[in-house]
Design a protein around this ligand. Structure first.
Ligand code: ADP
Ligand code: MG
Length: 690
């Protein structure tokens, strides 16, 4: 058996079981060492029956006083044990005759289970038990008992046997220690082998509290190495980009200045700084990989457009990708307004396009007539051939994964090199998390809103005061403003009891007969959605009832009132995004968080955060603390990997050291970095090329 042998190398594991083990991500022998227990049980010492505490799981041993079957509605087997300090009753609902026969009066039994208070003293229901032989002592374990995440067809006993085998094998062939000794020494971390043994078979005096909180040095040792593996892999991706060629977009600086001078507004200092950073990147003969982080409304789109002007002047194509049709279409319109005076018509590509229009777009993209192409995921699908794609802009990057980003980039790979990439996100994330998530990117931050913006005044109101809020919508619309009314789901769901957008629409239409109301939701056909959105933009609709499809990017400066229903169920960052739909013009804007009381602790905390701040970074930090990074960045679709052991909230404080270690390993082009990546990410590496 080798560390990298398939799990079938274990005794008792055939192909069928190996298949089941895949669910636990156990493919190779070594993987078993990294399957950490969920919790631990203490079977290292016997608890006296006289000292039992209700609700604790413990090991006891005693002599059988009595064994009887009773009928209390159903058949029960009761076994009364005593150990000199007190008594305990074992209760079984399912049992065989042989089982009953084992419990002979006078025999000694050791059992493990949860002590509960019953009518006649303490009980254990269906405990694990062992009947002792004559003169045999109670069996205690040397270490705390690990409880593993089991899965269908793979029980605790099996996992214990596998970890036993893997740990035994590890004694003969310890896993290579891949962290530099200076680091483990500086951080006071145990070796990898020590950490693994400790976590699987902790000594009786181990600090279980600390282990359950994930804060034990042994857990941190493993988390550290895992974070390091991911970080190194992203840095390799970055190094790869640095070694690749790209078309140096050196021309166009006058066009850029001219364009900026002709804008109807002055760029903020933050925008100017970021524009300069991007333009300097684009002039390099290596692909740019830059992320712009900027709160909602900070003006990222125009920054992308400016970069696009430079690309046009250099005679190459630019593709702009957005995650939804509505958002992509809005960019397309904005770009058209900005570029038309220069004689450039941006092309459009989306999944819902009619065949003829699509064909036309594809032809223009392929022969180079289309210099700027705006669209959705459709941009990187098969059949899209660019003539000379050298610059790729991806908006709301948190909606796409690394893979999608790479797919669009690959469209632009040619003899002349790789395209420059600019990704933008309105979900600012705390620095430690950004380090882990975007280590392959340079980061620019637009940390300033255009002048004249007033913070959105936010209040939380119980839905019992709905009528008041409807009045408020009426007066806002009568004063010539516009409003959004956002509901979380489309169809009435019995389970979740959401307020459906359609139901709200009807309710509002009835309550506000003189107001022009529209509806957008995810189940509508794209054309219908767009019709409603543009009617709202043009002011034909005063009140837009919507699901969270409007969450990202939509820009209607005259909208100044946002009502969010079922606010108690929505995520913090999501509500911040929604709130960012208002407060985009000069009007004082308001956001009403309508909730269904009573509020739970976390929901209350979320609403408080939103009431107290408009700063996306503060919101993101609190959201991270309240929920965890997966949800913050929008699960699945994030570029963020699934970690086996590390947890970015709990282990965020390790990131600065992870970064240092990575740079240390990289600066000496240490062979260990490849081995670390292989150990944690598998041979292929998660990002294709590691
Ligand atoms: P986001 O960063 O959320 O994508 P947008 O790019 O949609 O923000 O910009 C929001 C609005 O602010 C748009 O109407 C845009 O034209 C406008 N805007 C951008 N920059 C400035 C600026 N420097 N001064 C005034 N308005 C600006
Ligand atoms: Mg935007």
């Amino acid at each position: 058996m080798q560390s990298d042998s398939p799990v079938t190398a274990f005794k008792g594991v055939g192909p069928a079981l190996a298949k089941k083990l895949e669910k636990l991500r156990l493919y190779r022998v070594e993987d078993v060492l990294f399957l950490l227990p969920l919790r631990y049980e203490d079977r290292t010492q016997l608890v006296k029956m006289g000292a039992l505490a209700a609700g604790t799981r413990c090991l006891v041993s005693g002599e059988v006083l009595l064994c009887e079957t009773v009928y209390r509605g159903r058949r029960n087997l009761l076994v009364r044990l005593a150990d000199g300090s007190g008594q305990l009753t074992l209760r079984f609902f399912h049992f065989s005759r042989q089982q009953k026969a084992q419990f002979q009066v006078g025999r000694h039994v050791t059992c493990f289970g949860e002590a509960r208070r019953g009518a006649g003293g303490f009980e254990m229901i269906h405990p694990e038990y062992r009947i002792l032989r004559e003169n045999q002592d109670a069996v205690t374990s040397d270490s705390l008992t690990a409880i593993y995440p089991a899965t269908e067809g793979v029980q605790q006993g099996r996992l214990r046997s596998l970890t036993d085998q893997a740990l035994r094998h590890m004694e003969e062939a310890p896993p290579a220690e891949l962290l530099p000794a200076e680091i483990t020494k500086k951080l006071g971390m145990p070796t990898l082998a020590e950490a693994i043994v400790y976590l699987h078979r902790p000594p009786p005096d181990a600090d279980i509290e600390k282990m359950l909180a994930g804060k034990h040095p042994c857990q941190q040792r493993l988390a550290f190495e895992e974070l390091l593996a991911h970080y190194l892999s992203l840095r390799n991706l970055r190094a790869l980009a640095e070694s690749e060629d790209a078309i140096a977009l050196t021309a166009g600086n006058e066009d850029v200045s001219g364009f900026i001078a002709d804008l109807p507004f002055e760029l903020t200092n933050a925008q100017k700084r970021v524009v300069a950073e991007i333009c300097s990147d684009l002039e390099q003969a290596h692909p740019m990989m830059r992320l712009i982080q900027g709160d909602v409304g900070s003006g990222k789109t125009v920054v992308a457009a400016i970069a696009c002007i430079k690309a046009i002047a250099c005679g190459v194509q630019t593709a702009i990708m957005a995650p939804t049709e509505i958002l992509a279409e809005q960019h397309w319109r904005n770009f058209a307004v900005w570029l038309r005076p220069l004689g450039i018509e941006p092309a459009w590509l989306s999944g819902s396009q009619r065949a003829a229009a699509r064909k036309e777009s594809l032809a223009a993209i392929a022969d180079g007539r289309a210099q700027v192409i705006v669209g959705t995921h459709a941009l990187f699908q098969e059949g899209v051939e660019f003539k000379r794609l050298a610059f790729v802009v991806i908006d709301e990057q948190h909606r796409f994964g690394v893979h999608q980003r790479m797919a669009l980039r690959d469209k632009g790979v040619s003899a002349a090199g790789h395209p420059h990439q600019l990704v933008m996100t309105a979900t600012p994330i705390p620095r430690t998390l950004a380090l882990a998530a975007y280590a392959d990117l340079d980061t620019s931050v637009i940390d300033e809103l255009p002048p004249g913006r007033q913070p959105v005044a936010t209040i939380a109101v119980p839905e019992t005061r709905r009528a008041e809020i409807i009045d408020r919508v009426r007066s806002a619309c009568e004063a010539g403003h516009q409003a959004y009314w956002v509901c979380p789901l489309i169809e009435e769901s019995e389970v979740l009891d959401y307020q459906a957008a359609e139901a709200s629409f009807e309710m509002l239409a009835e309550a506000l007969p003189d107001i022009r109301i529209g509806l957008v939701h995810g189940r509508m056909r794209p054309v219908e959605k767009e019709r409603a959105m543009s009617a709202f933009k043009e002011g034909l609709i005063q009140l837009l009832v919507a699901t969270t499809v409007i969450e990202v990017g939509v820009d209607v400066p005259r909208a100044s009132l946002m009502i969010i229903e079922n606010a108690e169920r929505m995520g913090l960052s999501q509500m911040h995004q929604l709130r960012g739909r208002v407060g985009r013009g000069h009007l004082q804007s308001h956001c009403v968080l309508l909730y269904k009381p009573p509020l739970g602790h976390i929901a209350k905390e979320r609403l408080t955060v939103l009431r107290n701040t408009n700063d996306g970074f503060v919101v993101a930090q609190r959201d991270l603390e309240l929920r965890g990074p997966g949800e913050l960045l929008g699960t699945r679709q994030t570029g963020l990997p699934d970690y086996r052991i590390a947890n970015l909230v709990r282990n965020a404080d390790l990131m600065p050291q992870v970064q240092l270690t990575a740079e240390l390993l990289r600066s000496t082009s240490d062979h260990r970095s490849a081995a670390i990546i292989r150990r944690w990410l598998g041979d292929a590496g998660r990002y294709g090329k590691v």
